[in-house]
Ligand binder design. Structure first.
Ligand code: SAM
Length: 244
């Protein structure tokens, strides 16, 4: 997978992509991340990439010419591959785990980061395939959303995590929240690890984990239960939880 990030602030990506899973995935050639500076595509002497909005009002708008040239350069070589151009925007479709999963199917992902008031509407209309929002709040730029998106989808690529199973049971991947996790020591400040996890009985451990994931989802995010296919056993556990 190749991810091209179109940004006015490429320096923002240096720290986050220089550590942990994204760094390892790049080293293993599971993903290639390219930073494309919009400013490099401004053709005037002062490398202007923003301008005042028509109609007046505060804020600046990202100019269409350098952005269009940057997007077209990013897409070069992607002919015949699965390619999508995404504008990170608070007005986009909400970013969820299933959308992260869907994006892993692309060979070429072009991410456009806006800044200031955003990008000229004509870029949106002519060159953007999808708009994605990471939440109902407004950030100063699309750089942090692009990092969120990349981190969440790179960990889904085969070979990115040491243990593939770890994301398969993550919150949202199963439709529920994850179950509680414990590690050594067996007792910490008077709190013991649940006996079942020390029992060595894997059937009982699986059962306990499924019940805990269901319980946590029911308590914290009951809205998720409406979208997930529950088993007969899940319904029994839910009935027990409601009685407790
Ligand atoms: N005027 C725009 C609006 O109200 O819809 C907000 C512009 S925002 C200050 C600047 C840039 O940050 C946007 O162009 C977008 O790229 C990015 N951005 C801000 N919030 C975002 C969010 N929740 N999800 C994705 N991108 C976001």
């Amino acid at each position: 997978m190749r991810i091209s990030i179109i940004t006015l602030f490429p320096e923002m990506f240096v720290g986050p992509f220089d550590a942990s899973i994204v760094k390892r995935a790049c080293e293993r050639n599971l993903v290639e991340i390219r930073l494309i500076n919009t400013r490099d595509f401004a053709t005037d002497k002062h490398k202007v990439t923003v301008d005042y909005p028509y109609g007046g009002g505060g804020g600046m708008v990202m100019k269409p010419e350098p952005l269009a040239a940057a997007i077209e350069a990013a897409r070069q070589g992607s002919e015949g591959t699965k390619c999508v151009t995404v504008y990170l925007s608070p007005q986009g479709e909400p970013y969820k785990q299933d959308l992260a999963m869907e994006l892993t199917q692309y060979d070429n992902l072009v991410l456009v980061c806006g800044h200031y008031e955003g990008i000229d509407e004509r870029i949106r209309e002519s060159l953007i395939d999808r708009e994605i929002s990471i939440g109902d709040y407004v950030l100063s730029g699309g750089e942090l959303p692009a990092m969120v998106l990349i981190d969440s989808l790179v960990r889904l690529l085969p070979g990115a995590l040491h243990n593939e199973m770890s994301w398969k049971n993550d919150s949202f991947s199963t439709g529920l929240l994850d179950w509680p996790h414990y590690t050594r020591p067996e007792e910490f400040r008077g709190m013991r690890v649940p006996d079942v996890l020390l029992s060595g009985n894997h059937q009982k451990i699986d059962e306990w984990r499924c019940r805990k994931a269901l319980e946590r989802t029911w308590r914290v995010r009951p809205d998720l239960l409406k979208k997930v296919q529950l088993s007969e056993q899940d319904h029994k556990w839910l009935a027990e939880l409601r009685r407790e």
